[in-house]
Design a binder for this molecule. Sequence first.
Ligand SMILES: Nc1ncnc2c1ncn2[C@@H]1O[C@H](COP(=O)(O)OP(=O)(O)O)[C@@H](O)[C@H]1O
Ligand SMILES: [Mg+2]
Length: 505
Amino acid sequence: MTLKSRVKEIKEKGLRNPFVNYLKEKLRHVRVQYKILGLVGVLVLLLSSMIVWQMGNILTNNLRDQLDKRAVSIGSDVAARATNELLINNAYAVYELLQNTLKNNEDVLYIFVVDPQGNVLAHTFGEAFPKELLKANAVPGTDKYHLTAFRTEVGIVRDVAVPILNGKLGVARVGMEENGLQKAVLQMTWNLLLIALFVSALGIVAAVLLTRVLTQPIRELVSLTQRVTQGELDVQGMVHSQDEIGVLTEAFNQMTVSLSQNYREREDLMVELREKEEMRLQLLEKVMTAQEEERKRISRELHDETSQALTSLMVGLKVLESEASFCAVGDRLQEMRQTVAQTLEEVHHLARELRPSVLDDMGLVPALERYLREYETKFGTEIDFHVIGFQEHRVSPAIEVALYRIVQEALTNVAKYAEASMVSILLDWRAGWVSAIVEDNGQGFDPNQTVTQPGRGLGLFGMQERAALLGGTFKIESQKRIGTTVFIKIPDKGNLFSGITPAEV
Ligand SMILES: Nc1ncnc2c1ncn2[C@@H]1O[C@H](COP(=O)(O)OP(=O)(O)O)[C@@H](O)[C@H]1O
Ligand SMILES: [Mg+2]
Protein backbone atom coordinates (compact mmCIF):
# COMPACT_ATOMS: atom_id res chain seq x y z
CA MET A 1 0.00 0.00 0.00
CA THR A 2 1.40 3.40 -0.97
CA LEU A 3 1.78 6.16 1.56
CA LYS A 4 -0.74 8.27 -0.33
CA SER A 5 -3.47 5.62 -0.15
CA ARG A 6 -2.68 4.96 3.50
CA VAL A 7 -3.06 8.67 4.34
CA LYS A 8 -6.33 8.69 2.40
CA GLU A 9 -7.55 5.63 4.30
CA ILE A 10 -6.66 7.18 7.65
CA LYS A 11 -8.43 10.40 6.65
CA GLU A 12 -11.53 8.44 5.70
CA LYS A 13 -11.65 5.99 8.57
CA GLY A 14 -10.14 8.21 11.23
CA LEU A 15 -7.14 7.27 13.30
CA ARG A 16 -6.58 3.57 13.62
CA ASN A 17 -5.29 3.79 17.17
CA PRO A 18 -8.11 2.42 19.33
CA PHE A 19 -7.05 4.53 22.32
CA VAL A 20 -7.19 7.75 20.27
CA ASN A 21 -10.56 6.69 18.89
CA TYR A 22 -11.80 5.90 22.39
CA LEU A 23 -10.59 9.30 23.61
CA LYS A 24 -12.22 11.06 20.67
CA GLU A 25 -15.47 9.24 21.32
CA LYS A 26 -15.39 10.13 25.05
CA LEU A 27 -14.48 13.78 24.34
CA ARG A 28 -17.43 14.13 21.96
CA HIS A 29 -19.81 14.01 24.93
CA VAL A 30 -17.84 16.35 27.20
CA ARG A 31 -19.30 19.85 27.61
CA VAL A 32 -17.32 22.73 26.06
CA GLN A 33 -16.94 24.23 29.55
CA TYR A 34 -15.11 21.16 30.83
CA LYS A 35 -13.00 20.89 27.70
CA ILE A 36 -11.71 24.46 28.16
CA LEU A 37 -11.22 23.86 31.89
CA GLY A 38 -9.27 20.67 31.26
CA LEU A 39 -7.08 22.40 28.70
CA VAL A 40 -6.35 25.34 31.02
CA GLY A 41 -5.69 22.99 33.96
CA VAL A 42 -3.23 20.85 31.98
CA LEU A 43 -1.46 23.93 30.59
CA VAL A 44 -1.16 25.63 34.01
CA LEU A 45 0.13 22.40 35.57
CA LEU A 46 2.68 21.90 32.79
CA LEU A 47 3.84 25.49 32.92
CA SER A 48 4.18 25.64 36.70
CA SER A 49 6.03 22.33 36.93
CA MET A 50 8.44 23.52 34.22
CA ILE A 51 9.02 26.78 36.09
CA VAL A 52 9.61 24.96 39.41
CA TRP A 53 12.02 22.53 37.78
CA GLN A 54 13.94 25.27 35.96
CA MET A 55 14.11 27.53 39.01
CA GLY A 56 15.30 24.60 41.14
CA ASN A 57 18.08 23.92 38.64
CA ILE A 58 19.19 27.54 38.49
CA LEU A 59 19.17 27.91 42.27
CA THR A 60 21.05 24.64 42.82
CA ASN A 61 23.75 25.67 40.35
CA ASN A 62 24.01 29.13 41.90
CA LEU A 63 24.27 27.85 45.46
CA ARG A 64 26.74 25.18 44.37
CA ASP A 65 28.89 27.87 42.78
CA GLN A 66 28.82 29.92 45.94
CA LEU A 67 29.63 26.88 48.07
CA ASP A 68 32.55 26.04 45.79
CA LYS A 69 33.84 29.62 45.97
CA ARG A 70 33.66 29.57 49.74
CA ALA A 71 35.41 26.17 49.87
CA VAL A 72 38.20 27.55 47.66
CA SER A 73 38.45 30.72 49.73
CA ILE A 74 38.57 28.78 53.01
CA GLY A 75 41.05 26.29 51.51
CA SER A 76 43.31 29.09 50.21
CA ASP A 77 43.10 30.90 53.56
CA VAL A 78 44.06 27.75 55.46
CA ALA A 79 46.91 27.04 52.99
CA ALA A 80 48.24 30.58 53.28
CA ARG A 81 48.02 30.71 57.05
CA ALA A 82 49.47 27.23 57.54
CA THR A 83 52.57 28.00 55.41
CA ASN A 84 54.55 29.76 58.19
CA GLU A 85 53.61 27.22 60.85
CA LEU A 86 54.65 24.37 58.60
CA LEU A 87 57.96 26.04 57.80
CA ILE A 88 58.77 26.14 61.50
CA ASN A 89 57.22 22.68 61.97
CA ASN A 90 54.65 23.92 64.46
CA ALA A 91 52.08 21.15 64.03
CA TYR A 92 50.07 22.26 66.99
CA ALA A 93 49.55 25.75 65.54
CA VAL A 94 48.32 24.15 62.31
CA TYR A 95 45.94 22.05 64.35
CA GLU A 96 44.69 25.17 66.17
CA LEU A 97 44.21 26.94 62.83
CA LEU A 98 42.15 24.07 61.51
CA GLN A 99 39.99 23.91 64.64
CA ASN A 100 39.33 27.66 64.57
CA THR A 101 38.41 27.63 60.93
CA LEU A 102 36.02 24.69 61.51
CA LYS A 103 34.39 26.50 64.39
CA ASN A 104 33.88 29.70 62.41
CA ASN A 105 32.30 28.03 59.35
CA GLU A 106 29.18 26.03 60.09
CA ASP A 107 28.97 24.20 56.78
CA VAL A 108 32.62 23.06 56.83
CA LEU A 109 32.66 19.32 57.59
CA TYR A 110 36.36 18.76 57.91
CA ILE A 111 39.79 20.30 57.21
CA PHE A 112 43.08 18.51 57.04
CA VAL A 113 46.60 19.09 55.86
CA VAL A 114 48.84 16.46 54.26
CA ASP A 115 52.55 16.69 53.51
CA PRO A 116 53.90 16.06 49.97
CA GLN A 117 54.41 12.38 50.83
CA GLY A 118 50.76 11.98 51.70
CA ASN A 119 51.05 11.88 55.50
CA VAL A 120 48.30 13.66 57.41
CA LEU A 121 49.88 16.48 59.39
CA ALA A 122 46.74 17.80 61.11
CA HIS A 123 42.99 17.13 60.84
CA THR A 124 39.68 17.90 62.50
CA PHE A 125 38.37 14.33 62.78
CA GLY A 126 39.26 13.77 66.40
CA GLU A 127 40.58 10.21 66.88
CA ALA A 128 40.13 8.28 63.63
CA PHE A 129 41.01 9.81 60.29
CA PRO A 130 39.17 8.21 57.36
CA LYS A 131 42.05 7.15 55.11
CA GLU A 132 39.94 6.82 51.97
CA LEU A 133 39.57 10.62 51.99
CA LEU A 134 43.22 10.98 50.98
CA LYS A 135 42.66 9.53 47.53
CA ALA A 136 39.35 11.34 46.95
CA ASN A 137 40.93 14.55 45.69
CA ALA A 138 44.30 15.81 44.43
CA VAL A 139 45.65 18.86 42.65
CA PRO A 140 46.89 18.02 39.23
CA GLY A 141 50.09 19.82 38.01
CA THR A 142 50.41 23.49 38.82
CA ASP A 143 46.69 24.17 39.37
CA LYS A 144 45.77 26.57 42.14
CA TYR A 145 43.16 24.22 43.52
CA HIS A 146 41.00 21.27 42.58
CA LEU A 147 37.33 20.74 43.38
CA THR A 148 35.44 17.47 43.56
CA ALA A 149 32.23 16.11 45.07
CA PHE A 150 31.38 12.69 46.47
CA ARG A 151 28.67 10.98 48.37
CA THR A 152 29.23 9.98 52.01
CA GLU A 153 26.93 8.79 54.79
CA VAL A 154 26.34 12.44 55.83
CA GLY A 155 25.32 13.43 52.32
CA ILE A 156 27.14 14.93 49.34
CA VAL A 157 30.46 16.50 50.25
CA ARG A 158 32.19 19.15 48.12
CA ASP A 159 35.92 18.81 48.63
CA VAL A 160 38.62 21.31 47.64
CA ALA A 161 42.34 20.63 47.60
CA VAL A 162 44.66 23.69 47.75
CA PRO A 163 48.45 23.26 47.43
CA ILE A 164 50.52 24.88 50.22
CA LEU A 165 53.48 26.83 48.89
CA ASN A 166 52.86 25.41 45.39
CA GLY A 167 52.66 21.94 46.88
CA LYS A 168 56.10 22.01 48.39
CA LEU A 169 54.71 21.90 51.90
CA GLY A 170 51.72 19.70 51.05
CA VAL A 171 48.00 20.18 50.43
CA ALA A 172 45.19 21.71 52.49
CA ARG A 173 41.84 19.93 52.06
CA VAL A 174 38.48 21.36 53.05
CA GLY A 175 35.18 19.44 52.86
CA MET A 176 31.85 21.33 52.79
CA GLU A 177 28.49 19.68 53.20
CA GLU A 178 25.83 20.21 50.52
CA ASN A 179 22.89 19.51 52.86
CA GLY A 180 22.33 23.19 53.61
CA LEU A 181 22.18 23.92 49.94
CA GLN A 182 19.71 21.12 49.32
CA LYS A 183 17.55 22.34 52.18
CA ALA A 184 17.51 25.84 50.68
CA VAL A 185 16.59 24.45 47.26
CA LEU A 186 13.86 22.29 48.79
CA GLN A 187 12.51 25.26 50.67
CA MET A 188 12.46 27.35 47.54
CA THR A 189 10.83 24.54 45.56
CA TRP A 190 8.09 24.28 48.15
CA ASN A 191 7.57 28.01 48.04
CA LEU A 192 7.44 27.95 44.27
CA LEU A 193 5.04 24.99 44.33
CA LEU A 194 2.75 26.86 46.68
CA ILE A 195 2.84 29.88 44.39
CA ALA A 196 2.22 27.62 41.37
CA LEU A 197 -0.73 26.03 43.15
CA PHE A 198 -2.12 29.42 43.97
CA VAL A 199 -1.65 30.61 40.39
CA SER A 200 -3.22 27.38 39.06
CA ALA A 201 -6.21 27.86 41.33
CA LEU A 202 -6.49 31.44 40.13
CA GLY A 203 -6.15 30.25 36.52
CA ILE A 204 -8.84 27.63 36.97
CA VAL A 205 -11.21 30.09 38.62
CA ALA A 206 -10.55 32.51 35.75
CA ALA A 207 -11.16 29.68 33.25
CA VAL A 208 -14.41 28.74 34.98
CA LEU A 209 -15.61 32.32 34.83
CA LEU A 210 -14.44 32.71 31.24
CA THR A 211 -16.10 29.52 30.05
CA ARG A 212 -19.27 30.56 31.88
CA VAL A 213 -19.20 33.85 30.06
CA LEU A 214 -18.43 32.11 26.77
CA THR A 215 -20.87 29.22 27.03
CA GLN A 216 -23.75 31.10 28.64
CA PRO A 217 -24.93 32.62 25.32
CA ILE A 218 -24.53 29.22 23.65
CA ARG A 219 -26.69 27.62 26.33
CA GLU A 220 -29.22 30.40 25.88
CA LEU A 221 -29.27 29.75 22.14
CA VAL A 222 -29.76 26.01 22.73
CA SER A 223 -32.77 26.62 24.96
CA LEU A 224 -34.18 29.13 22.44
CA THR A 225 -33.75 26.56 19.67
CA GLN A 226 -35.64 24.02 21.76
CA ARG A 227 -38.46 26.51 22.20
CA VAL A 228 -38.55 27.07 18.44
CA THR A 229 -38.72 23.29 17.96
CA GLN A 230 -41.74 23.24 20.25
CA GLY A 231 -43.47 25.76 18.00
CA GLU A 232 -42.66 29.04 19.76
CA LEU A 233 -41.46 30.85 16.66
CA ASP A 234 -41.24 34.48 17.80
CA VAL A 235 -38.33 34.04 20.26
CA GLN A 236 -35.31 36.36 20.02
CA GLY A 237 -31.85 35.89 21.58
CA MET A 238 -30.04 38.75 23.36
CA VAL A 239 -26.97 39.90 21.42
CA HIS A 240 -24.31 40.53 24.10
CA SER A 241 -21.30 41.00 21.85
CA GLN A 242 -20.16 41.34 18.27
CA ASP A 243 -17.98 38.24 18.26
CA GLU A 244 -18.81 34.93 16.53
CA ILE A 245 -21.42 34.13 19.17
CA GLY A 246 -23.02 37.55 18.68
CA VAL A 247 -23.11 36.94 14.92
CA LEU A 248 -24.60 33.49 15.52
CA THR A 249 -27.30 34.99 17.77
CA GLU A 250 -28.14 37.61 15.14
CA ALA A 251 -28.38 34.90 12.48
CA PHE A 252 -30.62 32.88 14.82
CA ASN A 253 -32.86 35.93 15.36
CA GLN A 254 -33.14 36.48 11.60
CA MET A 255 -33.97 32.83 11.18
CA THR A 256 -36.82 32.94 13.72
CA VAL A 257 -38.16 36.14 12.12
CA SER A 258 -38.28 34.55 8.68
CA LEU A 259 -39.61 31.30 10.18
CA SER A 260 -42.51 33.06 11.87
CA GLN A 261 -43.13 35.11 8.74
CA ASN A 262 -43.27 31.91 6.67
CA TYR A 263 -45.47 30.34 9.29
CA ARG A 264 -47.87 33.31 9.21
CA GLU A 265 -47.98 33.21 5.41
CA ARG A 266 -48.68 29.49 5.55
CA GLU A 267 -51.40 30.06 8.13
CA ASP A 268 -52.98 32.72 5.90
CA LEU A 269 -52.83 30.34 2.96
CA MET A 270 -54.35 27.59 5.08
CA VAL A 271 -57.20 29.87 6.14
CA GLU A 272 -57.75 30.83 2.49
CA LEU A 273 -57.61 27.18 1.49
CA ARG A 274 -60.07 26.21 4.20
CA GLU A 275 -62.44 28.98 3.12
CA LYS A 276 -62.17 27.85 -0.51
CA GLU A 277 -62.74 24.22 0.50
CA GLU A 278 -65.80 25.30 2.45
CA MET A 279 -67.10 27.17 -0.56
CA ARG A 280 -66.34 24.26 -2.84
CA LEU A 281 -68.30 21.94 -0.58
CA GLN A 282 -71.22 24.35 -0.47
CA LEU A 283 -71.13 24.67 -4.24
CA LEU A 284 -70.92 20.91 -4.65
CA GLU A 285 -73.83 20.45 -2.31
CA LYS A 286 -75.84 23.01 -4.29
CA VAL A 287 -74.94 21.40 -7.62
CA MET A 288 -75.85 17.95 -6.36
CA THR A 289 -79.09 19.19 -4.84
CA ALA A 290 -79.99 21.05 -8.02
CA GLN A 291 -79.16 17.96 -10.09
CA GLU A 292 -81.34 15.75 -7.93
CA GLU A 293 -84.16 18.30 -7.99
CA GLU A 294 -83.96 18.61 -11.76
CA ARG A 295 -83.89 14.83 -12.21
CA LYS A 296 -86.86 14.56 -9.89
CA ARG A 297 -88.75 17.27 -11.82
CA ILE A 298 -88.05 15.70 -15.23
CA SER A 299 -88.84 12.25 -13.91
CA ARG A 300 -92.17 13.46 -12.54
CA GLU A 301 -92.92 15.33 -15.77
CA LEU A 302 -92.20 12.19 -17.78
CA HIS A 303 -94.31 10.13 -15.46
CA ASP A 304 -97.22 12.50 -15.02
CA GLU A 305 -97.44 14.39 -18.30
CA THR A 306 -95.75 12.35 -21.04
CA SER A 307 -96.97 8.97 -19.77
CA GLN A 308 -100.50 10.32 -19.38
CA ALA A 309 -100.45 11.71 -22.93
CA LEU A 310 -99.08 8.44 -24.29
CA THR A 311 -101.67 6.44 -22.36
CA SER A 312 -104.55 8.56 -23.75
CA LEU A 313 -103.00 8.20 -27.22
CA MET A 314 -102.99 4.43 -26.75
CA VAL A 315 -106.61 4.44 -25.58
CA GLY A 316 -107.58 6.59 -28.59
CA LEU A 317 -105.77 4.26 -30.96
CA LYS A 318 -107.55 1.25 -29.41
CA VAL A 319 -110.94 2.91 -29.94
CA LEU A 320 -110.05 3.78 -33.53
CA GLU A 321 -108.77 0.25 -34.06
CA SER A 322 -112.11 -1.26 -33.00
CA GLU A 323 -114.00 1.20 -35.18
CA ALA A 324 -111.83 0.75 -38.26
CA SER A 325 -113.71 -0.86 -41.15
CA PHE A 326 -110.74 -1.56 -43.31
CA CYS A 327 -108.56 -4.39 -42.31
CA ALA A 328 -105.41 -2.59 -43.47
CA VAL A 329 -106.23 0.49 -41.37
CA GLY A 330 -106.86 -1.75 -38.28
CA ASP A 331 -103.47 -3.43 -38.67
CA ARG A 332 -101.77 -0.09 -39.10
CA LEU A 333 -103.48 1.27 -35.98
CA GLN A 334 -102.42 -1.81 -33.97
CA GLU A 335 -98.80 -1.30 -35.06
CA MET A 336 -98.98 2.33 -33.99
CA ARG A 337 -100.46 1.32 -30.65
CA GLN A 338 -97.63 -1.13 -30.04
CA THR A 339 -95.05 1.54 -30.84
CA VAL A 340 -96.76 3.89 -28.40
CA ALA A 341 -96.82 1.11 -25.75
CA GLN A 342 -93.09 0.52 -26.27
CA THR A 343 -92.38 4.26 -26.03
CA LEU A 344 -94.44 4.40 -22.84
CA GLU A 345 -92.37 1.57 -21.41
CA GLU A 346 -89.15 3.43 -22.33
CA VAL A 347 -90.46 6.66 -20.82
CA HIS A 348 -91.24 4.80 -17.58
CA HIS A 349 -87.78 3.31 -17.58
CA LEU A 350 -86.18 6.68 -18.21
CA ALA A 351 -88.21 8.28 -15.43
CA ARG A 352 -87.11 5.56 -13.03
CA GLU A 353 -83.48 5.90 -14.09
CA LEU A 354 -83.57 9.62 -13.54
CA ARG A 355 -85.08 9.39 -10.11
CA PRO A 356 -87.07 6.37 -8.97
CA SER A 357 -90.10 7.64 -7.12
CA VAL A 358 -89.93 4.47 -5.05
CA LEU A 359 -86.75 5.92 -3.45
CA ASP A 360 -88.73 8.86 -2.12
CA ASP A 361 -91.89 6.92 -1.42
CA MET A 362 -90.69 3.58 -0.07
CA GLY A 363 -87.08 4.21 0.86
CA LEU A 364 -83.60 3.02 -0.03
CA VAL A 365 -84.04 -0.75 0.28
CA PRO A 366 -87.04 -1.16 -2.06
CA ALA A 367 -85.51 1.32 -4.53
CA LEU A 368 -82.24 -0.65 -4.61
CA GLU A 369 -84.10 -3.97 -4.87
CA ARG A 370 -85.91 -2.71 -7.93
CA TYR A 371 -82.74 -1.24 -9.46
CA LEU A 372 -80.83 -4.48 -8.85
CA ARG A 373 -83.57 -6.57 -10.48
CA GLU A 374 -83.36 -4.45 -13.62
CA TYR A 375 -79.55 -4.51 -13.51
CA GLU A 376 -79.52 -8.32 -13.26
CA THR A 377 -81.77 -8.67 -16.27
CA LYS A 378 -79.86 -6.08 -18.25
CA PHE A 379 -76.28 -7.31 -17.63
CA GLY A 380 -76.84 -10.93 -16.61
CA THR A 381 -74.65 -10.55 -13.54
CA GLU A 382 -75.72 -12.51 -10.49
CA ILE A 383 -76.48 -10.24 -7.55
CA ASP A 384 -76.40 -11.11 -3.87
CA PHE A 385 -78.15 -8.41 -1.85
CA HIS A 386 -78.07 -8.44 1.99
CA VAL A 387 -79.74 -5.92 4.23
CA ILE A 388 -79.15 -5.65 7.98
CA GLY A 389 -81.05 -3.43 10.39
CA PHE A 390 -83.29 -1.54 7.97
CA GLN A 391 -86.54 -3.07 9.18
CA GLU A 392 -88.95 -0.28 10.13
CA HIS A 393 -86.14 2.21 9.81
CA ARG A 394 -85.49 4.83 7.18
CA VAL A 395 -82.36 6.89 7.17
CA SER A 396 -82.48 10.56 6.22
CA PRO A 397 -83.38 11.32 2.58
CA ALA A 398 -79.96 12.84 1.99
CA ILE A 399 -78.25 9.58 3.02
CA GLU A 400 -80.75 7.55 1.00
CA VAL A 401 -80.04 9.53 -2.15
CA ALA A 402 -76.27 9.45 -1.56
CA LEU A 403 -76.15 5.71 -0.92
CA TYR A 404 -78.45 5.01 -3.89
CA ARG A 405 -76.25 7.05 -6.23
CA ILE A 406 -73.02 5.57 -4.84
CA VAL A 407 -74.26 1.98 -5.28
CA GLN A 408 -75.55 2.92 -8.74
CA GLU A 409 -72.11 4.32 -9.76
CA ALA A 410 -70.29 1.32 -8.25
CA LEU A 411 -72.51 -1.07 -10.20
CA THR A 412 -72.10 0.96 -13.41
CA ASN A 413 -68.33 0.57 -12.98
CA VAL A 414 -68.73 -3.17 -12.46
CA ALA A 415 -70.73 -3.39 -15.67
CA LYS A 416 -68.24 -1.20 -17.54
CA TYR A 417 -64.88 -2.58 -16.36
CA ALA A 418 -65.05 -5.56 -14.04
CA GLU A 419 -66.35 -8.37 -16.28
CA ALA A 420 -67.61 -9.89 -13.06
CA SER A 421 -69.94 -12.87 -12.79
CA MET A 422 -71.16 -11.97 -9.34
CA VAL A 423 -71.69 -8.86 -7.21
CA SER A 424 -72.44 -8.87 -3.47
CA ILE A 425 -74.05 -5.87 -1.85
CA LEU A 426 -74.43 -5.40 1.88
CA LEU A 427 -76.45 -2.60 3.40
CA ASP A 428 -75.99 -2.32 7.13
CA TRP A 429 -77.64 0.03 9.59
CA ARG A 430 -76.62 0.09 13.21
CA ALA A 431 -76.84 2.76 15.90
CA GLY A 432 -75.53 5.98 14.40
CA TRP A 433 -73.99 4.50 11.24
CA VAL A 434 -75.05 3.29 7.82
CA SER A 435 -72.59 1.39 5.73
CA ALA A 436 -72.66 -0.12 2.29
CA ILE A 437 -70.27 -2.61 0.72
CA VAL A 438 -70.27 -3.43 -3.00
CA GLU A 439 -67.99 -6.32 -3.89
CA ASP A 440 -67.38 -7.86 -7.30
CA ASN A 441 -65.31 -10.84 -8.44
CA GLY A 442 -64.10 -9.11 -11.59
CA GLN A 443 -60.66 -8.37 -12.94
CA GLY A 444 -59.83 -5.56 -10.51
CA PHE A 445 -57.48 -2.61 -11.04
CA ASP A 446 -54.79 -0.62 -9.24
CA PRO A 447 -56.57 2.11 -7.22
CA ASN A 448 -53.24 3.94 -6.67
CA GLN A 449 -52.87 4.58 -10.40
CA THR A 450 -54.70 7.80 -11.00
CA VAL A 451 -56.85 8.01 -14.08
CA THR A 452 -55.22 10.59 -16.34
CA GLN A 453 -57.73 10.90 -19.18
CA PRO A 454 -59.88 14.03 -18.85
CA GLY A 455 -63.46 13.37 -17.82
CA ARG A 456 -62.64 9.94 -16.46
CA GLY A 457 -62.07 8.96 -12.84
CA LEU A 458 -64.88 11.25 -11.73
CA GLY A 459 -67.10 8.38 -10.63
CA LEU A 460 -64.90 7.29 -7.71
CA PHE A 461 -64.24 10.94 -6.82
CA GLY A 462 -68.00 11.63 -6.86
CA MET A 463 -68.65 8.67 -4.53
CA GLN A 464 -65.99 9.98 -2.15
CA GLU A 465 -67.38 13.51 -2.24
CA ARG A 466 -70.95 12.34 -1.65
CA ALA A 467 -69.79 10.36 1.39
CA ALA A 468 -67.61 13.25 2.64
CA LEU A 469 -70.44 15.79 2.32
CA LEU A 470 -72.39 13.71 4.82
CA GLY A 471 -69.38 13.35 7.13
CA GLY A 472 -68.74 9.80 5.98
CA THR A 473 -65.85 7.84 4.55
CA PHE A 474 -65.24 6.08 1.24
CA LYS A 475 -62.67 3.39 0.61
CA ILE A 476 -61.91 1.24 -2.39
CA GLU A 477 -59.85 -1.95 -2.39
CA SER A 478 -59.00 -3.81 -5.54
CA GLN A 479 -56.74 -6.63 -6.60
CA LYS A 480 -56.03 -7.69 -10.14
CA ARG A 481 -57.95 -10.85 -11.15
CA ILE A 482 -59.58 -11.06 -7.69
CA GLY A 483 -62.05 -8.18 -7.68
CA THR A 484 -62.97 -4.80 -6.31
CA THR A 485 -64.68 -3.78 -3.08
CA VAL A 486 -66.13 -0.37 -2.32
CA PHE A 487 -66.78 0.55 1.33
CA ILE A 488 -68.93 3.51 2.36
CA LYS A 489 -69.68 4.49 5.92
CA ILE A 490 -71.93 7.46 6.74
CA PRO A 491 -72.98 8.69 10.19
CA ASP A 492 -76.75 8.77 10.58
CA LYS A 493 -77.26 11.77 12.82
CA GLY A 494 -80.36 13.32 11.36
CA ASN A 495 -80.78 15.26 8.17
CA LEU A 496 -77.37 16.69 7.36
CA PHE A 497 -77.92 17.08 3.64
CA SER A 498 -81.17 18.97 3.88
CA GLY A 499 -81.25 20.11 0.25
CA ILE A 500 -82.92 16.93 -0.98
CA THR A 501 -86.44 16.29 0.14
CA PRO A 502 -88.65 13.33 -0.57
CA ALA A 503 -91.06 13.68 -3.46
CA GLU A 504 -94.52 14.75 -2.51
CA VAL A 505 -96.26 12.13 -4.67
N1 LIG B 1 -65.35 -2.48 -10.18
C1 LIG B 1 -64.30 -2.13 -10.95
N2 LIG B 1 -63.59 -3.09 -11.57
C2 LIG B 1 -62.53 -2.78 -12.36
N3 LIG B 1 -62.08 -1.51 -12.54
C3 LIG B 1 -62.74 -0.51 -11.95
C4 LIG B 1 -63.87 -0.76 -11.11
N4 LIG B 1 -64.31 0.43 -10.63
C5 LIG B 1 -63.50 1.36 -11.15
N5 LIG B 1 -62.56 0.81 -11.94
C6 LIG B 1 -61.44 1.50 -12.63
O1 LIG B 1 -61.31 2.76 -12.04
C7 LIG B 1 -61.37 3.78 -13.01
C8 LIG B 1 -62.07 5.00 -12.44
O2 LIG B 1 -63.44 4.79 -12.27
P1 LIG B 1 -64.44 6.03 -12.24
O3 LIG B 1 -63.87 6.97 -11.22
O4 LIG B 1 -65.78 5.53 -11.98
O5 LIG B 1 -64.26 6.69 -13.62
P2 LIG B 1 -64.88 6.31 -15.05
O6 LIG B 1 -65.97 5.34 -14.78
O7 LIG B 1 -65.34 7.60 -15.56
O8 LIG B 1 -63.76 5.71 -15.82
C9 LIG B 1 -62.07 3.15 -14.17
O9 LIG B 1 -61.67 3.72 -15.38
C10 LIG B 1 -61.67 1.71 -14.08
O10 LIG B 1 -60.46 1.51 -14.75
MG1 LIG C 1 -67.46 5.23 -13.35
